[in-house]
Design a protein around this ligand. Structure first.
Ligand SMILES: NC(=O)c1ccc[n+]([C@@H]2O[C@H](COP(=O)([O-])OP(=O)(O)OC[C@H]3O[C@@H](n4cnc5c(N)ncnc54)[C@H](O)[C@@H]3O)[C@@H](O)[C@H]2O)c1
Ligand SMILES: [Mg+2]
Length: 307
């Protein structure tokens, strides 16, 4: 698509033309929809919608997968009629997330986080008056004092700690049986990413981080829309004795490269072993914890780059 812009200098007009990438065009269009209620209303006439009921998306079950159908603007129907009409059911995102394709999982996570934020920000915290949502849902405004509220994400650090040969994985009692993950924790106000990683590792397993390396980030819809910031970290040599904080974790342990590489190749084993224990397994592919662990398996030295 072309952009034409007119620049007038010293009474002469110059016209320049340059090609915009599809990504830039799309980004600018979405940015316009956030600010322009009329343009957004117009877009809604031809737009595709995901449907939610009490924050649960409407999904269709297909073998081992969920499909997230999109719909054009619908007449208002009650939940049971809607499910029958659209041949699906409203299913909790926690249950369905890992059985969705990456695109639907990402869009539904964003949509759910946004819906939850709107639900929790109905009133201005200064005036107590009801706030008003713009058409795109990208902000809420208090009509009495014009304060604008924007959707928020909570930063969370997730860290895969290594001693160079093994990596440290932990589990909370709320995790599915047998699943271990990297250490995670909410950033405190005023903290840098590095400070949050050092504090969380010290708090949860009693170790001091020596070096850390940023890996990637991910939006995570639970519990209220978090920005997961993933890092690799190493601990000081010879200082690998774990002191698990049992208020936060059920267990934490060092795992060898072989153990982790083997677990990474397996799907969630939902069976119990003969001794009653559940086999060791790792978070599914969609979770950034999985990507962090996979990176370490492929390159165990990824966390010991110079600081
Ligand atoms: N996507 C992934 O791969 C992945 C993996 C692990 C954890 N996570 C997410 O990371 C999040 C944080 O991990 P955690 O539970 O170990 O955190 P955590 O270690 O900070 O412990 C949670 C506790 O911190 C306190 N807390 C401080 N600030 C908070 C805030 N802003 N919101 C809620 N509680 C706050 C509460 O007391 C809460 O019980 C989890 O909610 C989990 O969903 C995602
Ligand atoms: Mg934690």
């Amino acid at each position: 698509m072309s952009l034409y812009c007119g620049i007038t200098r010293r009474r002469k007009s110059f016209w320049c033309c340059r090609l915009l990438s599809t990504y830039v065009t799309k980004t600018r269009y979405l940015s316009e929809l956030k600010e322009d209620d009329d343009a957004c209303k117009k877009a809604q006439q031809t737009g595709a919608f995901y449907l939610f009921h009490n924050l649960a998306p409407l999904l269709q079950k297909s073998e081992h997968q969920y499909l997230a159908p999109q719909h054009s603007l619908l007449a208002s129907l009650q939940k049971p009629e809607m499910e029958t009409e659209l041949k699906g059911s409203f299913i909790g995102l926690r249950k369905a997330l890992f059985q969705l394709n990456v695109k639907d999982a990402s869009l539904l996570s964003t949509a759910q986080a946004l819906l939850r934020w709107h639900d929790a920000h109905q009133f201005c915290s200064r005036s107590g008056q009801p706030t008003k949502k713009n058409v795109a849902g990208s902000k809420r405004v208090c009509p009495s004092n014009k304060i604008i509220y924007y959707p928020q994400m909570t930063p969370v650090v997730i860290t895969l700690v290594s001693d160079g040969t093994q990596c440290l994985l932990a589990r909370q009692s709320s995790f599915p049986e047998g699943m271990y993950s990297a250490l995670a924790g909410f950033c405190d106000i005023g903290e840098s990413l590095e400070e949050a990683v050092r504090r969380e590792v010290a708090e949860e397993v009693g170790l001091e981080v020596e070096r850390l390396q940023y890996s990637a980030s991910q939006h995570w819809p639970f519990p209220n829309g978090a920005l997961m910031i993933a890092c690799h970290a190493t601990v000081k040599p010879g200082q690998t004795e774990i002191q698990v904080n049992l208020r936060e974790l059920e267990a934490a342990a060092w795992f060898s490269h072989d153990e982790v590489a083997t677990a990474l190749r397996k799907d969630n084993p939902s069976y119990q072993q003969q001794n009653g224990a559940f086999p060791f397994w790792l978070p599914p592919k969609l979770a950034i914890a999985h990507q962090l662990i996979k990176e370490w398996v492929e390159k165990p030295t990824c966390s010991i780059l110079p600081p």
